[in-house]
Design a protein around this ligand. Sequence first.
Ligand code: UDP
Length: 433
Amino acid sequence: MAAKSELRSDGKRTRKSAQDGPPANGRNGVEQHSLRVGNGRRSLPPVRNLVVLGCGGFIGSHLLDRLLDQGAIRIEGWDLHDEKIAAHLANPKFTFHREAFSDTRIPAGLIEAVRWADAVINLAAICNPSQYNTNPLEVIKSNFLDVYRLVELCSHHGTWLIHFSTSEVYGRTVSSYLPAPDYSNPDLFELEETATPLIMGPIQNQRWSYACAKQMLERFIYAHHRERGLPYTIVRPLNFFGPKMDFIPGRDGEGIPRVLACFMTALLDRSPLQLVDGGAARRTIVSIHDAIAAVVLMLQKPDRAANQIFNIGNRENEVTMAELAELMRLVYAEVTGDPSYLSHPIVSVSSRDFYGEGYEDCDRRMPVLAKARELLGWTPRISLYDTLLETVAYYYRTYGEATLADRPAEPAGKVFGDYPTKLPSDGAVDVGR
Ligand code: UDP
């Protein structure tokens, strides 16, 4: 039987006989060898063996909930944390590895798993905007350098790589660079996977460190596809929301999470919701359940999903951050049964005070979803209200109920519709960051 070359953790290739055989649930070496799908030349097999990197995070935990519930796929997962996937650790279809991987260290078990897997889903990332300009070295390393060896490994074995990138690779819209931003023409702001230019600000605006690292990795994956036949799928998530997202500072994490958890923390703590630079930025929000449905369709339809880039978002659920703040306090009032939250304070804070030097915002993210609809048959269905209701109720159940009654109310601040237009650096309002 023909020997296969193998990538060692030190990056050198070794020769290993396929007679060494796969792990118990793997395919045999001949099959694997015949499954190279260089530039779509051959079919990908149905996914039965899956590697998930970053399986313990928000997206990974929901993916495991769905896939292990169906029970047809065997999963090997890597992460440093398992709190969000505790329910699955004893599942015989799931093997958890508490190990990191990086440019200098790919665990032997991961090398072996990639070799026999039908697909590798990479969810591992530092994807928290508060770190992009305060910790750009780590952000660039973890989102590009630590992953490029994994790409090489998949490429070497012809294993389908489903990589979670980011909608942030689009940067800011063309419209936002016009002297007078114009959102009447969709060509100036809608984001289409293979047509829209990727526009980022200058180097000193380190907000873009993450987007650039992710974009470079997308380009690296695509180059491996074109030159070496790597089967790939790139997913660009547009603001997935749901239970278990991020962390609540002071309860199960430290630092500044993304907007959902920031607003939740403020509601739980009875402190003002803070709108960065007035809250005019717009986001489209998609329920994690709709998003996971898209990933499941990819796994079910490998020949339609492979060698494509997909936006995964929900055009119907677009809000400004000011509207999101208002909606979240409304939902929180419903969940808690406490109408005083309807006038919970909302204040404005400058991005410089909130995130520090070097922050620049994405003005709007309106995805074109035609590709996901046509190739996968996927359409998001869950409304923003239902998404927030489920998520806010989860956070309240998990963190709020026990402490809410004990906390004294803070003095009322400016309420929505009347939040200051001047920023804290002008001395208009002190929001305590
Ligand atoms: N934001 C806000 N208040 C907060 C946290 C974030 O107004 O407490 C804003 C942020 O400036 C951005 C939007 O909310 O305009 C979404 O930020 P997030 O951190 O969720 O990530 P992004 O969508 O930018 O990747």
